[in-house]
Write a protein that binds this ligand. Structure first.
Ligand SMILES: C[S@@+](CC[C@H](N)C(=O)[O-])C[C@H]1O[C@@H](n2cnc3c(N)ncnc32)[C@H](O)[C@@H]1O
Length: 296
């Protein structure tokens, strides 16, 4: 995520922004230190700059994916452009889970723009706290076999959105299923038969009383080769505490970070399973060739 540049004083200029391969521009944010240690370096001021990804440009790009009805209709909806499709999401204002949250957009954008490295074709994906289902829809359009989950009262709207936006457009038809965090996990999602390549979650940590149950759910669903993609909006100290607790079970890596939105996208795996060369942490040799990574 972050790149470090060591520049001589004359070269410290925002005009000299390096271009990075992932097409994200970066900018210096602060000078860590200027160290003159001994005579060897006495004529040379080494300024250590940390470059942080400039998020404005990419955040603007993410937000441009959203569109709204041109005229007022009896039904509230929002539109999005992802994975080459126009996606219309029916919303309501009476529930947290009935509107699209910005973390979901960030995760969708990541999935679309990193579809080579994180190839979802035939991958088994579960989304928890799916809300309106945007992330599940985009993952399905990108070829995954998706189970979108949420509380029972959200399932009607979730199912409607998922069906409306994926019918006859996807390799695998996604399904919507109840998953109340921490409740009947082994009964409804037995570890012996439910293998997920990815667990996806957007904005599931906020001021609610089910953080223990949420962690339990991640723990139950995550097997040794499962990758968690978790987009998180930071609002209060509680969120930081949850990240600390999360890290007692999982290794965490920041793969996208937007300070202007206070949103971070994490990749996580069970402790000791993360390798950075492949999305699922396995080396090429370890990846099963027998199709056991494909949909159930
Ligand atoms: C802030 S919304 C985010 C919705 C969606 N992921 C998005 O980013 O647009 C949080 C979601 O978590 C779900 N949720 C909250 N508590 C839950 C629980 N105990 N079990 C399952 N889902 C829960 C809500 O119903 C809601 O859909």
């Amino acid at each position: 995520m972050y790149r470090v540049a060591y520049l001589e004083p004359g070269h410290i200029s925002t005009d000299s922004k390096p271009k990075c391969s992932d097409q994200l521009s970066i900018r210096p944010i602060f000078i860590i230190s200027s160290i003159i240690k001994d005579s060897v370096f006495s004529n040379l001021l080494l300024s250590h700059l940390i470059w942080e990804k400039e998020d404005e440009q990419i955040v603007a790009d993410i937000m441009r994916r959203r569109f709204f009805p041109a005229v007022l209709t009896h039904k509230a909806w929002e539109g999005f452009h992802f994975a080459g499709h126009e996606i219309k999401i029916t919303e309501a204002t009476d529930s947290y889970g009935a509107v699209v949250w910005p973390s979901a957009l960030v995760l969708c954008y990541f999935l679309e723009t990193n579809s080579k490295q994180y190839n979802l074709v035939d991958k088994n994906v579960i989304e928890i706290g799916a809300g309106t289902g945007l992330v599940s829809i985009v993952a399905s359009l990108l070829g995954a076999c998706v189970t979108a989950t949420d509380l029972p009262e959200l399932l009607g709207n979730l199912q409607h959105n998922v069906l409306q936006n994926t019918k006859l457009k996807c390799k695998h038809q996604p399904c919507a299923k109840e998953l109340s965090w921490g409740v009947d996990l082994e009964k409804n999602f037995p570890r012996s038969s439910c293998h997920f390549d990815y667990i996806m979650a957007a904005d599931v940590v906020y001021h609610h009383p089910f953080l223990d149950e949420l962690l339990l759910t991640f723990d139950h669903l995550c097997q040794n080769d499962t990758v968690i993609l978790w987009a998180m909006k930071f609002r209060l100290e509680k969120e930081n505490q949850f990240v600390d607790r999360f890290q007692t079970l999982f290794d965490l890596e920041i793969i996208f970070d937007f300070p202007s939105l206070n949103i971070t996208l994490y990749k996580a795996m069970r402790k000791g399973r993360m390798q950075s060369d492949t999305p699922n942490g396995l080396s090429e040799e370890e990846i099963p060739k027998d199709g056991s990574f494909s949909c159930l």
